[in-house]
Each structure stands twice: as structure tokens, then as C-alpha cells.
Design a protein around this ligand. Sequence first.
Ligand SMILES: CC(C)(COP(=O)(O)OP(=O)(O)OC[C@H]1O[C@@H](n2cnc3c(N)ncnc32)[C@H](O)[C@@H]1OP(=O)(O)O)[C@@H](O)C(=O)NCCC(=O)NCCS
Length: 147
Amino acid sequence: MEIKLITEHKEDYFEWLLLADEQKELVEAYLYQGDMWALEEEGVKTVSIVIFKDRQTCELKNLVTLPSHQGHGYGNKMIQFLFSYYHSSYQYMEVGTGDSPKTIPFYEKCGFKRDHIIPNFFLDHYDHPIIEDGVLLKDMIYLKKEL
Ligand SMILES: CC(C)(COP(=O)(O)OP(=O)(O)OC[C@H]1O[C@@H](n2cnc3c(N)ncnc32)[C@H](O)[C@@H]1OP(=O)(O)O)[C@@H](O)C(=O)NCCC(=O)NCCS
């Protein structure tokens, strides 16, 4: 298994990124910002994007594991790699997600802790309702990890 920095043809992963973030304009806005990483094991299994918020804080902006390979530890391996990679340059990593049982327990298991919320983020920034497990997402929940 190896995790590689992707510097060219980032748009090849656009459809993957939409699985984690349905709003195209938001994905387009951060696709070429920051670093894109791909975890490969007999092909790419997980992709992530990390952007830089300020001198202390980087943000995991998108993380997706190919649906047929979810639950095999790839997402966690990617996150543990990112923690150690950015440890020397940043003090914190943040991640924002909907209040969903699909993602919050996953990020907590990986080591993030709930930090703050942005009320109504999904209602204000998405052009259609985002429903996960039958629940309408409203607030953006930010989780944080000291690196
Ligand atoms: C969220 C996502 C990235 C997780 O990636 P993954 O490769 O499937 O995750 P892993 O297999 O590494 O799971 C790591 C751990 O979290 C646990 N976990 C994963 N999803 C979970 C959930 N919904 N509830 C509780 N635990 C969960 C796993 O059981 C595993 O624990 P273990 O190590 O004790 O077995 C993946 O499900 C995905 O791509 N989902 C669609 C896109 C998305 O929603 N991205 C996040 C946007 S904020």
C-alpha cells in the first residue's frame, strides 16, 4: 500500500469527490487548492484533499473510499498518514461534516474530537437538500485533532 501526492489531472477524481461532497461548486472551489492524496493498493482506493486554513491549522476537506472498498480500513489509514505528514508543519487538523451517523463516529474513531458548529451551513450553501440516513443535514459540525 502506498499513499501518493497527486499533482496532475486532479479532475480525474472529481466524481469520487462528489460522493463525499455533493455540491459541485464547492468541490471545484477546493479541487486545486491544497494537497490531493491517493491511497493505492491494487489501484486507488481512497482519495483526500487537505487545504491550509491558517499558519496553525490545516483542514481535511474531502475524504472518500471507493464504495466497494469501504470498511476495510483505508479511510483510517489515510487519516493516520495525514496526521503524521502534517504534524511537523501544523498544530491542528480540522474536518467539517454533516451531523450524520455515517461520518461523525468514523472521524471520532480516527482521533478527531467535536469542536464547533456552523449553523445552517448545508441549508445556506447547498442548492438541494442533503439527506443522509433519512436525516436532513443542516449544521456543519467541525471536529479537530491536535497533531
Ligand atoms: C467515511 C469514509 C471515508 C470512511 O472510509 P472507510 O475506508 O470506509 O473507513 P475505514 O474502513 O477506515 O473505517 C475506520 C474505522 O471507522 C469505523 N467506521 C466507519 N464508518 C463508521 C460508521 N458509520 N459508524 C461507526 N464506525 C464507522 C470502521 O468500523 C473502522 O473501525 P475499525 O478500525 O475498528 O474497524 C467512507 O465511508 C466514504 O467514502 N463514505 C462516502 C463519502 C463520505 O461520506 N466521506 C466523508 C465526507 S465528510
